[in-house]
Design a protein around this ligand. Structure first.
Ligand code: ATP
Length: 340
């Protein structure tokens, strides 16, 4: 039984496959009986077309007021064009901890042993600060900003979570052999926080070695704490180990506000075809349900997904099937009903 509270959540359908996967998550939540009043707002390329602004004031105000949002992906132009709205949103709302649990679901992982690791990606600085310039013809510069404050905050979030969830090891991922100042500060900040958590083993690994070890021996890893850029790249790498971008959820936490979104982008190559895998967004919604203290509904959806995947039926093309988003959603909802 769920409590019958009516929650209020901001919904940003987003660009590309965003509307398809967020509406899938809404349907799945509805099937659990949890009541949510959705405040639907625009951001990204769609908002630019509609309102002449990629991040309208009303969208920001609504998230600041309600403090919780489920968000579809927003298209970021490559090379030129407007700045990433995802980055602006995370920075403006100070959503400093990007948390991405990566678990192999039955039958779709490329590894035989189950993978269960959690990524804590710093979300507000690093090479994403947007400080770029052409300094001479043929020479461009991007500034990597690392602060003690942001590094300690993400480390604290990772260690706190590890303690609460009985996890054993945290790897701090870096390239401090080359970037001695910036990554050196990141490492030093994590070390200081690690001292407060003696029961958790604290390890350090250079990012390139980390990438190789993750492919060959992912079971060596438990919790990873990384800067913004390494966190972005490593997240996609580990997604590839457990079935691809279609299955990895995420959450952006600040002290006041939380925004839940999958790791994948707007996938323009498959947008509008009705074949996007909705699982990453549905799993992001289960993280949101936990945040709303609807833990039973969250656990029920996750159990339904495990059951659904074990049958290897009604899978979208990215998982080797030929079903549509709607067929997958219907299949998951049928399992939710069985687990009543
Ligand atoms: P961004 O730059 O916004 O992070 P990205 O580089 O991660 O985006 P995506 O838009 O996520 O790129 O797409 C990468 C590939 O993964 C594309 O081929 C896309 O179709 C596929 N993909 C991403 N999400 C899904 C999904 N939910 N279902 C099926 N395929 C997906």
């Amino acid at each position: 039984m769920t409590n019958k509270k009516l929650h209020r959540v901001v919904l940003i359908p987003g660009d590309g496959i965003g509307p398809e996967v967020t509406s899938a998550a809404q349907k799945v939540i509805e099937a659990t009986g949890v009541s949510i009043k959705w405040d639907v707002v625009d951001a990204g390329a769609g908002a630019l077309e509609k309102h002449g602004d990629t991040l309208p004031e009303d969208t920001l105000d609504r998230i600041k007021e309600i403090k919780i949002a489920l968000k579809g992906p927003l298209t970021t132009p490559i090379g030129g064009g407007y700045r990433s709205v995802n980055v602006i949103l995370r920075k403006t709302l100070d959503l400093y901890a990007n948390v991405r649990p990566v678990r192999s679901a039955l039958g779709i992982s490329i590894h035989h042993n189950p993978i269960d690791l959690v990524i804590f990606r710093e979300n507000t600085e690093d090479l994403y600060s947007g400080l770029e310039q052409d300094i001479a013809p043929g020479v461009a510069q991007s500034l990597k900003i690392i602060t003690e404050k942001a590094s300690k905050r993400i480390a604290e979030a990772a260690f706190q979570w590890a303690r609460k969830n009985n996890r054993k090891t945290i790897h701090a991922v870096h390239k401090a052999n080359i970037m001695k100042k910036s990554d050196g500060l990141f490492l030093d900040s994590v070390r200081q926080i690690a001292k407060k958590y003696p029961e958790i083993e604290h390890k350090e690994i250079i990012v390139d070695n980390c990438a190789m070890q993750l492919v060959m021996r992912p079971h060596l890893f438990d919790v990873l704490v990384l800067g913004n850029l390494y966190g972005d790249i490593i997240s996609d790498l580990v997604a590839g180990l457990v079935g691809g971008l279609g299955v990895v959820p995420g959450a952006n936490y600040g002290d006041e506000v939380a925004v839940f979104e999958s790791v994948h982008g707007s996938a323009p190559d498959i947008a509008g075809k009705g074949i996007a895998n909705p699982m990453a967004t549905i799993l992001s919604a289960t993280m949101m349900l936990n945040y709303l203290k609807e833990e039973k509904a969250s656990a029920r959806i996750k159990a339904a997904i495990v059951l659904f995947l074990s049958e290897k039926k009604h899978l979208t093309p990215d998982l080797g099937g030929n079903s549509t988003t709607d067929e997958m959603v219907d299949g998951i909802i049928r399992k939710i009903m069985l687990l009543r």
